[in-house]
Design a protein around this ligand. Structure first.
Ligand code: COI
Length: 356
């Protein structure tokens, strides 16, 4: 366990620091970056703490030129006693390794990922909102920083963890635009990798959704454009009859850690759950038959948001709120925040001076 430089734990919060509820998401960044370089020697160097803007990313780096950049998003919460925990950090470490492999970048060892995340929490401990009122969101980012314009794997990379204290996501509902023209990912492509390029591909979908009067996009499969893939930044679930369905991990969608947590919680409730293809036609037929229940999107940043409608300008599929999304939201929040002993193997405590 690395200890942060003396003094960083104790740095006081700025006097005009907002209440947790006013933080929103991603707007307020922590003052430090915790990072480690992977050098030409093929080794990971020791973790370092810097002020956030101290690290230049060269214009001629593979990170900027060729999108050699993969990232994770995970949260640290305070439990009812004030102890800080990271939620499922090792699962995030393994997903980062998979993303890195896909774009030929060095895979950060799991223990290095853990050390950097723990250090990032420790130096920002003062910024972790009180129990129940939000989280510290960590954004571990691996990028190529070698300056070279030839198209080949880079020889120098960095894994850096930025953080943003964020509000507890408010339960809300969204109308999703089913995008038929643009696609996010095709079989064999990058869809399962958490890489910046997927988000770049997705932004125009979000824009088209908004232009059409919707809140966010739901991507369809690239081959038939009839089946649900994933929403802008979330995996999706729908209830048909007594079954809950979510699209399978076929390599075109992100293997969400929250998706996995929700599958586990739904199964623990005794619900029938299936990872299977879901077509718009099937949803429309279920609606006609009075079998269509609730739908919701899940992700680390958003936790869980209800989906009230999926539309594409020609038809509108309207979901019925059966109460399931609120139950799952509450169950997930309790597990994440340590308000229950259930699934405590998902929480990894981070020692800080207040909670040794
Ligand atoms: C997350 O939920 O962690 C994400 O990566 C979504 C983010 C792009 C806002």
């Amino acid at each position: 366990m690395h200890t942060p430089p003396t003094g960083l734990y104790e740095a006081p919060l700025p006097s005009d620091w907002p209440e947790p509820e006013a933080l929103g998401f991603g707007r307020v960044l922590g003052p430090y970056l915790v990072h480690a370089q992977h050098g030409e020697d093929g080794h990971w160097h020791a973790p370092t703490v810097s002020v956030r803007n101290a690290l230049p990313v060269p214009v001629a780096s593979g990170g900027l030129q060729y999108g050699l950049s993969v990232f994770e998003g995970l949260k640290a919460y305070r439990d009812p006693r004030g102890q800080i925990h990271l939620f499922r950090p090792r699962d995030h470490a393994r997903r980062l390794q998979q993303s890195a492999r896909r774009v030929v970048m060095p895979e950060p060892p799991e223990d290095l990922f853990m050390t950097l995340c723990q250090l990032a929490v420790q130096v920002h401990a003062r910024y972790v909102p009180p129990h129940g009122r939000g989280a510290l969101y960590l954004r571990p980012t691996l990028y190529a920083e070698e300056e070279a314009l030839g198209f080949r794997p880079a020889t120098r990379h960095r894994l850096a963890v930025a953080v943003t204290p964020s509000a507890d996501p408010a339960p809300k509902h969204l109308r999703l635009w089913a995008e038929h023209e643009l696609t996010r990912a095709a079989p064999g492509g990058l869809g399962a990798a958490k890489t910046g390029g997927n988000y770049a591909a997705g932004l125009a979908g979000l824009q088209r959704a908004r232009e059409n009067g919707y809140d966010d996009v739901i991507w369809l499969d690239a081959l038939t454009r009839r089946e649900l893939a994933e929403a802008g930044t979330m995996n999706v679930f729908v209830q048909i009859g007594d079954e809950v369905l979510t699209p399978p991990l076929d390599g075109t969608i992100l293997a969400g850690i929250t998706r996995d947590s929700v599958l586990r919680l739904l199964r623990a409730e005794g619900l029938r759950v299936s990872e299977q293809r879901i077509s718009l036609d099937e949803l429309a037929a279920a609606q006609m038959a009075g079998q269509l229940g609730a739908a919701f999107g899940v992700g680390t940043a958003a936790r869980l948001v209800k989906v009230s409608e999926i539309g594409d300008g020609e038809r509108a599929i309207r979901f019925t709120d059966t109460g399931l999304p609120a139950r799952v939201y509450d169950a997930l929040k309790q597990v994440q925040e340590g308000s229950t002993h259930a699934l405590r193997e998902w929480r990894v405590a981070v020692p800080t001076p207040q909670t040794p």
